[in-house]
Design a protein around this ligand. Structure first.
Ligand SMILES: Cc1cc2nc3c(=O)[nH]c(=O)nc-3n(C[C@H](O)[C@H](O)[C@H](O)COP(=O)(O)OP(=O)(O)OC[C@H]3O[C@@H](n4cnc5c(N)ncnc54)[C@H](O)[C@@H]3O)c2cc1C
Length: 336
């Protein structure tokens, strides 16, 4: 039976705060989660995510450290969350854009080249439209809302307490772990928001069982199957921290690209659209910053679901042993 070690306040119940709460509560700490919103997840960027666990595909545009930490992130999701779908992911393009697929292959690793027949064996609907694909078998994904709910429920089951409508700085805890996402700009001024718009649809006709990225010179997109006929179509990457409704142009681009990927999308119902602002530091790398008695965990950019578990593991280790992973730890909060 674990003993209570420390009293730990977690600020923010997005994917980052919830993973922190879960691991720290499970290792016997007295954890209280302080969330500004009155309803869990209602103000979190995390609710808008794909949520692909795609360390290999992300290497096309991210530093190698994202892949290295991300592989551990997938292992932790698989270990802890039974809803993790470990089905791999696909990257495709229309034949006139073949050069984009070749470039993507050069920038990434851990894929298999699938010809039309091999693609048809795993995604028959897709194989009607594209002639080949890159297949990343060790990638995974989750549906964000059930995953967030699971993390919260498990943290509470491990003894954590949740305070909703609690935006003030927590008092009296031994340690405060600040996971407020973009709201932490008040103390981390170099944080910026990167707007991501997405549309959620329901279709009985589309039969895609793993995340698919469609490379396109102007309108790249991805489709993530969340189960029960739900698909997330995303996502824009816009230098803005606006979280207001999706623009008409973005909706057109996302839906047109989805329709090009599979015309069966034409009959789908549009259930939701919306935007989140991804919290990012100037170099788009995540940081754990230990300063002034606070531990800030932030800047997870496009990789919040992928990296939240591994950053939680690193924070738990730091609290236990003082060990700091040089790739992500920073000591000087003012620098950020
Ligand atoms: C369209 C889109 C698609 C994405 N797709 C993926 C993907 O496929 N894979 C992936 O890994 N990542 C993806 N991401 C990125 C991922 O969603 C983010 O990196 C992640 O959500 C950041 O999580 P967070 O917990 O830091 O912030 P948030 O989710 O924003 O959580 C912060 C929480 O802090 C709370 N808060 C704020 N101020 C206070 C306060 N004063 N006191 C208490 N609580 C406070 C907020 O209400 C919120 O609940 C995507 C993002 C978007 C927008």
């Amino acid at each position: 039976m674990a003993t209570v070690q420390k009293s730990i306040a977690i600020r923010g119940a997005g994917v980052v705060g919830l993973w922190q709460a879960l691991l720290l509560a499970r290792s016997g700490n007295a954890v209280t989660i302080y969330e500004r919103a009155a309803e869990p997840f209602s103000e979190a960027c995390s609710l808008h995510a794909g949520a692909m666990l795609a360390p290999r595909c992300e290497e096309e545009s991210a530093e190698a450290v994202i892949r290295e930490l991300g592989m551990r992130g997938i292992a932790l999701w698989r270990e802890i969350y039974p809803g993790t779908i470990a089905n791999g992911s696909l990257v495709v393009t229309q034949s006139r854009d073949r050069v984009l697929l070749d470039r993507f292959a050069r920038m990434t690793s851990g894929y298999q080249q699938l010809d039309g027949a091999a693609l048809a064996a795993i995604e028959p609907d897709l194989a009607k439209r594209v002639s080949g694909a890159l297949y990343y078998p060790d990638e995974a994904h989750v549906a964000p809302e059930p995953a967030l709910r699971f993390l919260l429920d498990e943290a509470l089951a491990a003894g954590a307490t949740l305070r909703l409508g609690a935006a003030d700085t927590p008092q009296g805890a031994d340690i405060v772990v600040d996971c407020r996402g973009l709201a932490a700009q008040d103390v981390l001024p170099s944080l910026r928001g990167v707007r991501g718009e997405r549309i959620v649809i329901r279709s009985k006709e589309v039969g895609i069982s793993r995340p698919v990225r469609l490379l396109h010179p102007r309108f790249p997109l991805y489709v993530v199957p969340w189960g029960d006929g739900l698909y997330m179509i995303g996502a824009t990457v816009i230098e803005s921290q606006e979280t207001g409704p999706i623009s008409l142009r973005s909706a057109l681009e996302l839906l047109t690209a989805a329709y090009a990927l599979d015309p069966a999308f034409g009959e789908a119902e549009i259930l939701m659209s919306g935007a989140g602002a991804r919290p990012a530091f100037p170099d788009n790398r995540p940081r754990i910053i230990n300063a002034n008695g606070y531990i800030y965990v932030n800047g997870l950019y496009r990789h919040g679901f992928l990296l939240a578990p591994v950053l939680a593991e690193l924070v738990a280790r730091f609290i236990d042993t003082g060990e700091q992973n040089a790739e992500v730890f920073g000591a000087d909060q003012g620098q950020w």
